[in-house]
Design a protein around this ligand. Structure first.
Ligand SMILES: CC(C)(COP(=O)(O)OP(=O)(O)OC[C@H]1O[C@@H](n2cnc3c(N)ncnc32)[C@H](O)[C@@H]1OP(=O)(O)O)[C@@H](O)C(=O)NCCC(=O)NCCS
Length: 174
């Protein structure tokens, strides 16, 4: 596996559209988790707007600043997924959102990519000065739970969010 985290650039405009279309179809058909929501919040067809508004800079509406990375397979030059790192926790994120939201496109799941993407995201967290990372997942999301556990996640508790049990895991970064 030769993958790395990249920031989105114009070079990936076409690929981004293909990935989002594939992903949205899966969400409609299989009702899968919509994480990371930030890559779906704007229409990729207006790429300049999409890119400009991908990361949160304006915190006036209660959102915290974040970084968005895409996982790239270097050998195939293929986008595999995306991860959203919130720079600090507000009340809501502390309860159940966490620092990291991630997702792998449907056609690339169960190949170890989420596990590797979280590992790489933890290195980015360290660069941001976050030494204790909160990651949460729905109790029914086996793949997400395993990818968190594979990275050393320690369960603190399970809280209810909108009637759904959410597991809260902490990872200490050395
Ligand atoms: C959850 C998700 C990120 C997992 O991505 P992935 O690349 O398939 O994960 P990995 O390949 O690293 O798998 C990690 C482990 O979970 C297992 N796994 C993955 N998906 C699974 C599933 N649907 N059912 C059962 N096990 C699963 C893998 O076999 C692997 O097991 P192992 O550690 O024993 O080898 C992906 O399914 C996804 O994007 N889902 C939609 C968005 C989402 O739920 N994001 C997480 C929000 S909290």
């Amino acid at each position: 596996m030769k993958v790395k985290l990249i920031k989105l650039t114009k070079e990936y405009e076409k690929q981004l559209g293909e990935m989002i279309d594939e992903w949205k179809l899966d969400q409609q058909v299989n009702h899968t988790d919509g994480s990371p929501w930030v890559i779906f919040k704007n229409d990729y067809r207006d790429f300049d707007y999409y890119l400009e508004h991908l990361e949160t800079k304006d915190t006036s509406q209660g959102f915290v600043p974040d970084s968005v990375f895409f996982l790239l397979d270097e050998e195939r030059n293929r986008l595999l997924g995306a991860v959203n790192i919130r720079h600090y926790l507000n009340e809501h994120l502390l309860k159940c959102g966490g620092h990291i939201g991630d997702g792998i496109r449907p056609s690339e799941r169960k190949k170890g990519y989420a596990t590797e993407m979280i590992r790489l995201a933890l290195l980015e967290c360290k660069k941001l000065g976050i030494d204790r990372v909160l990651i949460c997942c729905n109790s029914s999301n086996i793949g997400s739970r395993k990818s968190i556990l594979n990275n050393g996640g320690v369960l603190e508790n399970i809280v209810m969010d909108d009637g759904e049990p959410m597991e809260r895991y902490w990872i200490d970064i050395k």
